[in-house]
Design a protein around this ligand. Structure first.
Ligand SMILES: *Cc1c(COP(=O)(O)O)cnc(C)c1O
Length: 343
């Protein structure tokens, strides 16, 4: 790979690639800490309380990853042999390595979700009660929906899912890794989205910019039970306040940056279209672009050689993800590279 050394790399592989800001590094160095397995880390406790307050829950629990917060939620909500009703392409199954089966002994039941959006009626029809079938244990939604392009669930779909969950007596979980992006796209307080769920998993290490960490939110009783599963998974991190200190800054300052990420994603999507690539602009709602490009890897390699990194997630699908360390200047260069005009 020949990358000219005077140009910074434009890394659009994921919004997980951000590095901690100087302010985060300082907060990490100065963080008050204690043993979080004893719930005695003041910085972790502050982060959990602040996240719970922001999303409208009684309690929160800090964990190393969004996979862990999702899988702990599934473990708390379900019994072995049950099904988890979720939208096709959901991260909890597609990208969490079968953990719902290996850890909780449950299996997914996908419902169709064009553009990442399931129809609440389809959720209802997926509910199983017969003695001959695996009973339903949980309904789980994803917002924004990663594999569908970072798409946003309309509020009326969430309200519809809530109605189904309540009338069927099932808990409703949100994989809200990027729920702050959804709130920014809808321009609503995040609670308007999260208030409808029994539990929410929020990633601090995606667009919000923390180096590590996710928070699981729920009732006090739910979080009490989640503690046990976090420990089983090896997620008891002791003096984790060093990480939570960066997480607090991400939670406080990250959301305000997301609309800029969304604007920039839109600009690059249009540049890809202008360069003759297949992008459905309707799906470019937040910080992601999925382009359909035959021979995806060849394009990804060619752009990488010019300093623009993206991901060939499928043989014909390339993903670009924006985050706060992609400035307008870097965007301009990315536009030139995909347009074949980079010097
Ligand atoms: C990133 C992500 C997660 C969690 O992933 P980790 O890498 O384990 O933090 C969960 N759900 C969605 C939709 C994601 O994009």
């Amino acid at each position: 790979m020949t990358v000219s050394s005077d140009q910074p790399i434009i890394d659009l592989r994921s919004d997980t690639v951000t590095t901690p800001t100087p302010e985060m590094r300082r907060a990490m160095a100065e963080a008050l800490v204690g043993d979080d397995v004893y719930a005695e880390d003041p910085t972790v406790n502050e982060l959990q309380a602040e996240a719970a307050q922001l999303l409208g829950f009684e309690a929160g629990l800090f964990m190393p990853s969004g996979t862990m917060t999702n899988q702990v939620a599934i473990a708390v909500h379900t019994q072995r042999g049950e099904e988890v009703i979720c939208a096709e392409g959901s991260h909890i199954y597609e990208w969490e390595l079968g953990m719902m089966a290996t850890f909780s002994g449950v299996v997914p039941r996908f419902v169709p979700a064009p553009g990442g959006v399931p129809d609440p009626e389809q959720l209802r029809r997926a509910v199983r009660r017969s003695i001959h079938q695996s009973p339903s244990g949980l309904i789980s939604l994803e917002n924004t929906h990663n594999k569908a392009g970072g798409t946003v669930l309309p509020l009326e779909v969430i309200r519809g899912a809530r109605e189904v969950a309540s009338s069927e007596g099932l808990p409703l979980h949100l994989d809200g890794a990027r729920v702050m992006n959804a709130a920014a796209a809808l321009n609503v307080p995040v609670r308007e989205i999260t208030q409808h769920f029994d539990s929410v998993s929020l990633c601090l290490s995606k667009g919000l910019g923390a180096p590590v960490g996710s928070v699981l939110l729920g009732s006090r009783a739910f979080i009490g039970r989640a503690h046990r599963y976090r420990k089983m998974m090896g997620g008891g991190m002791r003096q984790a306040g060093i990480l939570a200190a960066a997480g607090l800054i991400a939670l406080r300052e990250g959301p305000a940056k997301l609309q800029d990420d969304h604007r920039r994603a839109r600009v690059l999507a249009e540049a890809l279209l202008n360069a003759g690539h297949d992008v459905d602009l309707n799906t470019v709602q937040t910080n992601m672009i999925y382009a359909t490009i035959p021979d995806a890897q060849t394009h990804v390699d060619r752009w990488a050689a010019q300093g623009l990194r993206s991901s060939a997630l499928e043989p014909d699908r390339v993903r670009f993800v924006f985050h706060h360390q992609i400035t307008d200047e870097l965007l301009e260069r990315a536009v030139a590279i995909v347009g074949g005009q980079a010097s």
